[in-house]
Design a protein around this ligand. Structure first.
Ligand SMILES: *Cc1c(COP(=O)(O)O)cnc(C)c1O
Length: 356
């Protein structure tokens, strides 16, 4: 069975986790500080705050940006539901921006008058935030696909053109902590609020007494464990290798699929590095291709059932997003992950060739 994505775990990763298990701290401890410092190094952000998941990271970002009832948050419907749910968790309204059929990202020139934008870097290709038609009060990047991607402004996560940038460390993402996420920001106040939000809204008050603290915000327990952070730091050491390998696989697909009736994903423009979390191709007979690949032991996936199709979202309001729907009808993500061997990739291509 060849999946569409999977983790790469080596002996150093295993040793890093075992080491924590034999130490004093299991939940948030010194490895969290190290992991957050490593995230700052690879992204160039001033602050990184680890969370239990990418979803929790997005929730926290929406909360500390003071979005809530009465505010509207716009995002792309060609994404995982968490990109929109972060608004709903805090009581904000959601709105969707149709995609640009070329980039498959939300069209930055079509941003409506909203309080916040959640810019999803679909498949690992950064949204061009220099082209925003209007800049909402809050810009949050959903970079769950884009750790390791680079824009002309520097690495995704440096928040050069956003307030906060959210990552996921789910096993199919660029690096993994099992479950996990993080928010990066250059803003000291947002950093402080993010840390408080992940720890029940607690503000220590050593000025009153060494034991005293106050709960000043309705926060959550969104703390990552030290085992996860140690795994994350170990994985981050191979970030460059992972992203380079994903780009190599993508280049190889482009060559091997060039004579087939498939629409290849958009390549990164000059000055930009794609992270290739996904390699989403577009085909005319998607159902047949999907089922044919599955029957041959290749677990392709569709990213995504557009968010505005889901009953929980649809029941509020309906949206007309022609480019999103047109892309969805033809999209299929074929295997792309660092451990995918050339002979496995050849097999995917040969099965595809027969199905097309
Ligand atoms: C994976 C993902 C998330 C959520 O991350 P989790 O760590 O699974 O909670 C959010 N947005 C996008 C675009 C994702 O792909």
């Amino acid at each position: 069975m060849i999946p569409y994505g999977r983790q790469s775990i080596d002996e150093d990763d295993v040793a890093a986790v075992v080491d924590v298990l034999e130490g004093d701290w299991l939940t948030q401890g010194p490895h969290i500080d190290d992991f957050e410092a490593a995230l700052c190094t690879v992204t160039g952000a001033r602050h990184a705050v680890a969370f239990t998941s990418g979803t929790a990271a997005l929730h926290a970002a929406a909360a500390v940006a003071a979005l809530g009832p009465g505010s509207t948050v716009a995002t792309s419907a060609l994404s995982f539901v968490a990109s929109a749910n972060c608004a709903r968790y805090v009581g904000a309204e959601i709105d969707f921006i149709d995609i640009d059929a070329t980039t498959l990202n939300l069209d930055p020139t079509a941003v409506p008058d909203v309080d916040a934008l959640v810019a999803v870097h679909y498949a690992g290709l950064p949204v061009d935030l220099t082209r925003l038609s209007t800049r909402p009060r809050v810009v949050i990047e959903d970079a769950a696909h884009a750790l390791g991607a680079i824009t002309p402004d520097g690495p995704v996560g440096n928040c050069a053109r956003s307030d906060m940038c959210c990552f996921s460390f789910h096993p199919v993402k660029t690096v993994t902590t099992g479950e996990g996420g993080a928010v990066t920001t250059n803003d000291d106040d947002l950093d402080h609020r993010l840390r408080r939000f992940r720890n029940h809204g607690i503000e220590p008050r050593p000025d009153i007494a060494a034991w005293y603290y106050e709960v000043v915000d309705t926060g959550f327990n969104f703390r990552m464990t030290d085992m996860q952070a140690a795994l994350g730091s170990s994985q981050l050491r191979r970030l460059e290798t992972f992203v380079a390998r994903r780009n190599e696989i993508a280049d190889r697909y482009r060559r091997l699929l060039s004579d087939l009736p498939v629409e290849l994903p958009p390549a990164a423009p000059p000055g930009t590095r794609h992270a290739y979390h996904l390699f989403p191709v577009r085909v005319a007979n998607r159902r047949q291709v999907f089922e044919g690949l599955r029957a041959a032991g290749i677990r392709a996936q569709v990213h995504y059932v557009p968010i505005h199709h889901h009953p929980v979202i649809r029941s509020h309001r309906s949206w007309t997003l022609p480019e999103t729907d047109r892309a969805y009808d033809r999209l299929i993500s074929i295997p792309c992950y660092p451990a995918l061997a050339d002979h496995e990739q050849d097999r995917v291509v040969s099965v595809l060739r027969d199905l097309l």
